[in-house]
Design a protein around this ligand. Structure first.
Ligand code: SAH
Length: 248
């Protein structure tokens, strides 16, 4: 080989390995072992919270989805080593990505399927939206911090969660243009169940929302709208979410 050709071959090899390091095109294979361990932890956590988890535990289909979503790509690079632990992690701007068990529980509780339209309030990193994406027809997600919303939208597009739409705004008021929603997930704690969200819930739809004073005990609430339009609420378990902000 002539020196120039040799040099080109070396350069090509270096570029190929650099591409392999930064590539996110095959995330499912990446860290699959850590994800499998995370699923086992979620299952055992679910066994210790039977009053919150309905029936036989978390729906296996939800866990199957979570075994594919590359959670490490939704946390800051320096925290990737901790991405699959069953705990929340900081994502900047004083906000956190929820712990895997809570994401599994909330996804399980709204019980949506193909064709359903889901609203998430509090996009944060975009991880919960990514977990909802394959389980619904369309996911609308609202984030109040513009920088987080923009980053999450770009990340979700790059990872090809094509049925998720993110907007920056105050999610307390929901997204009336796309209502009614078959499922609503609120991932920040409100002082009360936001009436506009109850209004925008479809008949037969379910909403999960943490309710309580900021930094005091909050409870995850399940709100159901029956076919006749009546509302039932159930308090499930104590949780710790960042507060729902906004101008009301
Ligand atoms: N679901 C997120 C975790 C979100 S943390 C994830 O999977 O990563 C809660 C998020 O709710 C924060 O990003 C916070 O900025 C956002 N938030 C707080 N109040 C809000 C409001 N009124 N409307 C929309 N987003 C809000």
């Amino acid at each position: 080989m002539r020196p120039l050709a040799q040099c080109q071959a070396l350069l090509a090899a270096v570029l190929a390995s650099a591409a392999a390091v930064v590539s996110t095109s095959a995330p499912a294979q990446d860290r699959a072992g850590e994800r499998a361990a995370m699923i086992e932890t979620i299952k055992s956590h679910a066994r210790s919270a039977p009053s919150a988890v309905e029936g036989q535990g978390i729906d296996p289909a939800v866990l199957e989805t979570m075994a594919k979503v590359p959670r490490h790509l939704f946390v800051p690079e320096e925290l990737r080593g901790a991405a699959y632990r069953d705990r929340p992690l900081p994502i900047g701007y004083g906000q956190t990505i929820s712990q895997p068990f809570i994401v599994a529980l909330m996804t399980d509780l709204i019980n949506v399927g193909p064709g359903d339209v889901v609203l998430e309030v509090g996009t944060g990193s975009g991880y919960q939206a990514a977990v909802l994406s394959p389980r619904a027809g369309k996911v609308y997600s609202i984030e109040i911090i513009p920088e987080l919303g923009k980053r999450a939208a770009a990340r979700l597009a790059e990872l090809r969660y094509g049925n998720v739409e993110v907007k920056v705004g105050d999610g307390y008021y929901g997204w009336p243009e796309h209502a009614p929603f078959d499922g609503i997930v609120v991932t920040a704690a409100a002082s009360h169940i936001p009436p506009p969200l109850v209004e925008q819930l479809a008949k037969g739809g379910r909403m999960v929302v943490p309710v309580g004073a900021p930094f005091a005990t909050q409870f995850l609430m399940l709100v159901e709208k029956r076919q006749d339009g009546s509302i039932t609420t159930r308090q499930l378990l104590p949780v710790g979410f960042v507060p729902l902000r906004g101008g009301r």
